[in-house]
Design a protein around this ligand. Structure first.
Ligand code: AMP
Length: 541
C-alpha cells in the first residue's frame, strides 16, 4: 500500500521562497574588494535571483546546461547559487586557486557554456582563455566598462541585470534534476565531479540544520570563510536561507586581521572555515585582542583541527569549537563532534580529546569501517578501517564516469579513502587517508596522530608526516615541520625525543625536517603528494 502524502519536489526555489516569505528583512552583507560593505536583504536577493534567471535565459542557457562561477564569497555568487539551479541549469563552482591546466580541464570536462567572473580574478582565468573554447559568454562583476581583458564575448553583470525583468516562474519540477557541480581537489589523478541534485541538496540542507548537526537558527550571523568554490561553501548559503540566519560574505578579505574585525563588528555567531584559517585568527586575537564573545560555535572542518588549537580557543578565548568532517562527494557534511550526555563527567582535557575527533555521523549519513578484505570492523575506538558511507546526499557515481570498484562497493557504499576508528558511541577519529598511511614492516602508523602530537609542541606551528620509502621496513614516517616565529630553538632530535613517551617505538620518525613553509593544496590542506615528491629518495641505498 502506498502512503497518501503529497509528492512535493524538494527543489532549491522552495528554500528561496521560504526565506523570502519568512525572513525578507534579514541581512546579507558582503565585504567588497575596496573594503566597504554591500548590504541587502533576503527580499532583495529573491528579486535579483529572478532577474538573473531571466539573464541566463537571454544568454541562451537551457535546462541542464553548466554555468561556471569564478569568484570569492559575495552576494553576486550567492545570486548565482540560486538563479542557476532555479532556472534548471547546473551551477559549476570553479576553484580560483587551481593550476591553469587543471582549471582548463575542469571547464572543458563540465562543458561550461557561460562563466561568471569576479573581475578581481581576471588574470587567473585569462591564462586559460585559449584552452576553453566551450565557453560562449563571460559575464563580469565587480568591474566597469573600462576594464581591459583578453576574454572574448564579455558582458557586464549589472548591465544585464538592469535590463532583466524581476518576474520569473520557477521551472524545476523534478527534484532529481542536477543543480550543482563541484570537482574534488584531486591531489591524485584528474579531478572528479560530484553532481548534486535538487533533492540531495535540499535534504543535505535539512540534515545540516538538525539540532545534532550545525543547527543554524534565525538569530545566527554566519560567516562562511570556507570558499563558495569549495564543496558549496559546506552548504551554508542554503542552510542560512532555510534557517533565516544572516550572512556575512568576506569577499577577498581572508587575512586574519580582516576576519577578526568582521567577526567583532558584524557580531558573527558562527564562523566556518578550515584549521589553517583559525590558526591565523588565533594568533591575531592573541596579538590584538577583540571582543569576540558573539561567537557561539566556531565551525571547523576540511582537515583535522589540532587538539591544541581546540584547547587554545576554548580555554584562552572562551570560543566553543565545533569540529566537523565532510567531503565534496558528501555535499559535504558527514559528521559533527558535539559532546553528549555521556561526556558530562569528563574533565576539560578529556573533553578536548573527544572534540579532536571528527564526531558522529549526522542522521541521513550511514557509516561503517571495513578492512582490506571488505569485512566490517567493530566500533571499539581502536580498530582502524576505511570509512564507507551511504545516504541521500552522497554520490553514486562521478560526473561522466561509470562507477568504479575503487570508489564504490558492490553493495552500494561510497569508499571515502579515509581511515578511521569508531568509538562505541559512534565518534569517528580520522587516522589518515588510505594513501597517506605509513606502512612500516607490515604495521600501520597514523600520520595524523603524529602530526597532532607535533603540533602540540610549543615551538611548532605546522607539521606534516609522510611515508618515505625505506630499504628495511618498506616505509617509514618522516616529519616535516615549520617552527613558530619567535619559537624556542628545537632540532630534529629534540622533537623525536618529545614524541617518544607518547608513541610505540616503531611509530617514531627517525628524522624530522625543518622547513620554512609546507606546500598546500588549492583548498589549503598540506599537499602530501608534493611533500612525497620532495622526499622521494627516502632511506634507500
Ligand atoms: P574535500 O572534498 O576537498 O573537502 O576533502 C575531503 C577530505 O578532507 C576528507 O576525505 C578528509 O580526508 C579530509 N577532511 C575533511 N574534514 C576533515 C576533518 N575534520 N579532519 C580530518 N580530515 C578531514
Amino acid at each position: 500500500m502506498q502512503g497518501l502524502m503529497m509528492d512535493y519536489p524538494l527543489t532549491m526555489d522552495r528554500i528561496l521562497e521560504h526565506a523570502n516569505a519568512l525572513h525578507p528583512h534579514k541581512r546579507i552583507s558582503t565585504k567588497l574588494p575596496d573594503g566597504s560593505f554591500h548590504r541587502y536583504t533576503y527580499a532583495d536577493l529573491y528579486r535579483r535571483v529572478k532577474k538573473l534567471a531571466n539573464v541566463l535565459g537571454s544568454l541562451g542557457v537551457g535546462i541542464g546546461d553548466r554555468v561556471g562561477t569564478f569568484s570569492w564569497n559575495n552576494y553576486q555568487h550567492l545570486e548565482l547559487y540560486y538563479a542557476v539551479p532555479c532556472s534548471g541549469a547546473v551551477c559549476h563552482t570553479l576553484n580560483i586557486r587551481l593550476f591553469p591546466d587543471q582549471l582548463a580541464y575542469i571547464i572543458n570536462h563540465a562543458e561550461d557554456r557561460v562563466v561568471f567572473v569576479d573581475a578581481t580574478l581576471l588574470p587567473a582565468l585569462e591564462q586559460v582563455v585559449d584552452q576553453i573554447g566551450c565557453v560562449e559568454h563571460f559575464v563580469l562583476f565587480n568591474a566597469n566598462g573600462e576594464i581591459e581583458t583578453r576574454l572574448p564575448n564579455i558582458s557586464f553583470y549589472e548591465d544585464l541585470m538592469a535590463e532583466a525583468e524581476a518576474i520569473f516562474d520557477w521551472v524545476v519540477d523534478d527534484e532529481n534534476m542536477a543543480m550543482g557541480l563541484c570537482y574534488t581537489s584531486g591531489t591524485t589523478g584528474e579531478p572528479k565531479g560530484a553532481l548534486y541534485s535538487h533533492r540531495s541538496m535540499f535534504l543535505h540542507t535539512m540534515g545540516e540544520n538538525q539540532a545534532n548537526a550545525l543547527a543554524l537558527v534565525e538569530s545566527d550571523v554566519v560567516l562562511p570563510v570556507v570558499p563558495q568554490f569549495h564543496a558549496m561553501a559546506w552548504g551554508l548559503p542554503y542552510a542560512c536561507a532555510m534557517a533565516g540566519s544572516e550572512m556575512v560574505m568576506p569577499g577577498p578579505h581572508l587575512q586574519p586581521q580582516a576576519l577578526a574585525d568582521m567577526i567583532a563588528e558584524e557580531q558573527v555567531t558562527i564562523p566556518a572555515g578550515v584549521p589553517t584559517i583559525w590558526m591565523g585568527l588565533y594568533r591575531e586575537l592573541k596579538a590584538n585582542p577583540r571582543d569576540i564573545s558573539c561567537i557561539r560555535s566556531l565551525v571547523v572542518g576540511g582537515s583535522a583541527m589540532p587538539r591544541t588549537l581546540i584547547e587554545a580557543y576554548e580555554k584562552e578565548l572562551h570560543v566553543p569549537v565545533l569540529h566537523a568532517w565532510g567531503m565534496t562527494e558528501i555535499s559535504p557534511l558527514g559528521t559533527v563532534c558535539r559532546l553528549q550526555r555521556a561526556h558530562q563527567g569528563l574533565s576539560e582535557a578529556e573533553k578536548w580529546d573527544v572534540q579532536a575527533r571528527q564526531g558522529y555521523p549526522i542522521a541521513g549519513v550511514e557509516m561503517r569501517i571495513v578492512d582490506d578484505a571488505g569485512e566490517v570492523l567493530p566500533w571499539d575506538g581502536e580498530t582502524m578501517g576505511e570509512v564507507q558511507v551511504r545516504g541521500p546526499w552522497i554520490v553514486r557515481a562521478y560526473f561522466k564516469q561509470d562507477p568504479l570498484p575503487e570508489h564504490f562497493t558492490p553493495d552500494g557504499w561510497f569508499r571515502t579513502g579515509d581511515v578511521a576508528t569508531m568509538s562505541p558511541e559512534g565518534y569517528m577519529a580520522i587516522m589518515d587517508r588510505t594513501k597517506d598511511l605509513v606502512k612500516s614492516g607490515g604495521e600501520w602508523i597514523s600520520s595524523v596522530e603524529l602530526e597532532n602530537a607535533l603540533m602540540a609542541h610549543s615551538s611548532v606551528m605546522e607539521a606534516a608526516v609522510i611515508a618515505i620509502p625505506d630499504e628495511k621496513w618498506g616505509e617509514r614516517p618522516l616529519g616535516v615541520v615549520v617552527l613558530a616565529p619567535d619559537a624556542d630553538a628545537v632540532n630534529s632530535e629534540g622533537l623525536v625525543e618529545y614524541l617518544a613517551p607518547q608513541f610505540a617505538k616503531f611509530w617514531l620518525p627517525e628524522r624530522i625536517v625543518l622547513v620554512d613553509e609546507l606546500p598546500k593544496t588549492s583548498v589549503g590542506k598540506f599537499d602530501k603528494k608534493v611533500l612525497r615528491q620532495q622526499h622521494a629518495e627516502g632511506n634507500l641505498g
